[in-house]
Design a protein. Structure first.
Length: 367
């Protein structure tokens, strides 16, 4: 651009007149000097900070790079696992809680999902939270397509259960399965159908619930591990095991009949438990009495035998004396406690008047 308005003057500001932007005459010259002094002072004051030049650009670039690299630090909380993505691809490793470093965005990316949160999946029914109602609502809906299962005795059972699980490996959970929760639901339903199909309905309705829960949990964990799902099954809870609604009345009648049978069996067992100990006690008492009688008889027999041996030995040593003693002992045993009449045989019975006690004989006959 040509700043020289006056063609006769090479000064771009003009040589005088009103064409000089700083005024006219000597005042214009002084003003131009003041302006140049101001520019010089400003240059001296800010000369240390030169924003131009290759060196300053390099410094700012290095600072920017350092700040960008510093954004690569990330922290994993105690209830989390870290996942590192390099250009959007998982590197196959998970990081534990603590401070870590990875390539910053956009080269790298980190995800820290919660792994200690217990997740719940309902099969065979939908709870109020599944249906979108509040937690205080008791609304619930059965899903017949999931709950009806065939038992081992060819009956149909209506089974509803809940699976509680948490993330064991965040990387596998997010990247090895397309839909992890749907996979857990389908696998749990399949395992429960297999376990129920190996057991009778009566067993499932009574004492088999706890066993089924444990077996399903173990089998489900094995299947999920084979898929590298990164899921840890906490528990499997059977919410209900019932016959289908169409036959539940008839089944209740059968249940009541079985309960009556069990009641009668229990009463019989109670009577048995009361009678058998008494009978065993009486039998033991009789055995003890017989044993005591046996010992008594044996002891008496042994005493009689020993007495006979003693008498026999005495008889061999003194036959007459022994015979006399035995005779006297026998008479004592026979005559003891009886009325006796003693006659002297030296008089040949003379002087003895025979006496017949008719009154006593009559009284004895009347008795």
């Amino acid at each position: 651009m040509n700043w020289n308005i006056n063609k006769n003057d090479n000064n771009p500001w003009g040589s005088g007149g009103n064409n000089n932007p700083w005024g006219s005459g000597n005042g214009g010259s002084n003003n131009r000097g003041d302006f140049e002094d101001s520019i010089k002072k400003a240059r001296d004051r800010f000369g240390k900070f030169k924003f131009g030049g290759r060196r300053n650009f390099s410094i700012f670039f290095v600072i920017a790079i350092l700040l960008w690299l510093a954004t690569g630090f990330y922290r994993v909380e105690p209830d989390e696992q870290g996942i590192e993505l390099l250009f959007g691809k998982w590197n196959g490793q998970t990081t534990e809680p603590g401070l870590h470093y990875f390539f910053p965005t956009p080269i790298g990316q980190t995800v820290t999902p919660k792994v200690e949160v217990i997740r719940k999946i309902n099969v065979g029914f939908r709870s109020a939270s599944d249906l979108g109602f509040g937690s205080n609502s008791s609304a619930e809906r059965k899903v017949i397509e999931e709950s009806l299962m065939l038992t081992g005795d060819q009956n149909i059972a209506d089974v509803a259960f809940t699976v509680l699980f948490k993330i064991k490996d965040a990387g596998n959970f997010l990247f090895k399965l397309r839909n992890p929760e749907l996979t857990v639901k389908d696998m749990s339903e399949s395992v429960v159908r297999e376990v129920v199909g190996q057991r009778d309905l009566q067993f499932l309705l009574t004492e088999g619930r706890q066993e089924v829960e444990q077996v399903v949990r173990n089998e489900l964990q094995i299947v999920l591990d084979s898929y590298e799902s990164g899921v840890l099954v906490q528990s499997v809870q059977l919410q209900s095991v019932d016959p289908p609604d169409q036959v539940i009345d008839a089944f209740d009648e059968v249940q009541r009949a079985r309960q009556d049978k069990e009641r009668l069996v229990n009463e019989a067992n109670t009577y048995l438990n009361r009678i058998v100990p008494n009978a065993r006690g009486e039998a033991a008492k009789l055995v003890e009495a017989a044993t005591a009688y046996k010992e008594q008889v044996v002891k008496q027999a042994e005493g009689v035998a020993q007495n006979f041996i003693d008498v026999y030995n005495s008889y061999k040593d003194a036959k007459e004396v022994t015979k006399r003693r035995i005779y006297l002992e026998t008479l004592r045993e026979v005559l003891e406690g009886k009325n006796k009449i003693i006659l002297d045989d030296t008089g040949n019975g003379q002087g003895v008047v025979p006496y017949l006690p008719l009154n006593e004989l009559k009284n004895k006959g009347s008795n």
